[in-house]
Design a protein around this ligand. Structure first.
Ligand code: SAM
Length: 283
């Protein structure tokens, strides 16, 4: 069996601040057995896998570091296991633009799609927004919940796959950074239509997408499930909204430890606000 079980177990146990003895006690086995697993000298009985997964609130695939070819998963799940925050605690500069464009002077509902470990969602919650955030990575969602808890804010974090999750509630702000490349071209219209429909009048979408360029190589850590967008494609979906900001830029990136360049289309687009008479009628 070729898995990352030993490393994953160690990271999960450390993140839960649990000793080998404490884990062994929960499982009714000796701590030497846990030590052997973490040192790649042995594997647990198959019957213990669901019990270990339940203790750390992950699924068995995540515990084994197994990525199904069928299910849409991501390598980020493993990167999020450790105690460190893979994406650090910096937020994208456009987060501050959200504060300017839609200041939280009234309750504003914000959704972060592909929220990773939740640092941006927590940033918005700290600034007074009513935040929901989802990601396909269970480990990321758990880190987000932990960050919200220690930051003393409430965020509705949940696990979902953007390929099949469709919004039912309305939001004032939909934000997504570095994640929409997981949408294959054939699914984009449907997903974006659903996002637009579930946005309040006057609300904004703050999005970026990786764009393909013939003179730029694919990033070294690009996954099979990632699909670059075409220049301007994102803007086309918003032809009927007002652009508050749009830009295409090329920048250096060091993700995966190898310096490379990305091209990105960035936009802030606003849905047509309510006209005065409509506003008065709503009041
Ligand atoms: C490059 S990271 C960006 C994370 C975060 N937005 C940030 O800026 O720090 C891309 C994120 O997309 C998530 N992701 C990948 N495929 C997804 C899918 N189908 N549905 C939801 N999230 C997905 C990954 O788990 C990962 O957290």
């Amino acid at each position: 069996m070729n898995t990352n079980f030993a490393e994953n177990l160690y990271n999960l146990r450390k993140a839960a601040r649990m000793t080998q003895e404490q884990l062994a006690e929960k499982l009714g086995i000796s701590f030497q057995a846990v030590s052997k697993w973490e040192n790649k000298q042995a594997y647990p009985d198959i019957e213990l896998l669901p019990v270990i997964a339940d203790i750390f609130k992950v699924d068995i695939d995540a515990l084994l570091g197994y990525q199904s070819k069928k299910l849409n998963t991501t390598h980020y799940n493993q990167k999020y296991f450790g105690e460190e925050y893979y994406w650090g605690n910096q937020v994208w500069d456009k987060c501050y633009e959200v504060l300017r464009q839609m200041p939280p002077i009234r309750p504003l509902r914000l959704l972060d799609i592909g929220c990773g470990e939740g640092q941006v969602a927590v940033f918005f919650a700290k600034n007074g927004y009513l935040v929901s955030a989802y990601d396909i990575s269970e480990a990321g969602i758990e880190k987000g919940k932990h960050l919200a808890e220690i930051s003393n804010v409430s965020v509705d974090f949940f696990k979902a796959d953007m390929l099949d999750y469709r919004l039912e509630n309305e939001f004032d702000i939909i934000y997504s950074s570095g994640a929409l490349q997981y949408l294959p071209e054939v699914r984009r219209q449907d997903v974006i239509d659903n996002m637009k429909e579930h946005t309040a009048r006057g609300g904004i979408h703050v999005l970026n997408v990786f764009v393909e360029k013939p003179f730029l190589a694919l990033p070294p850590d690009w996954e099979d499930t990632e699909y670059a967008w075409k220049t301007g494609e994102l803007f086309g979906y918003y032809h009927d909204w007002k652009f508050e900001f749009m830009e295409e830029k090329i920048f250096d990136c060091n993700s995966g430890g190898v310096l490379h360049k990305h091209c990105m289309d960035v936009m802030i687009a606003r849905k047509e606000p309510l006209r005065k008479e409509e506003h008065d009628k709503e009041d």
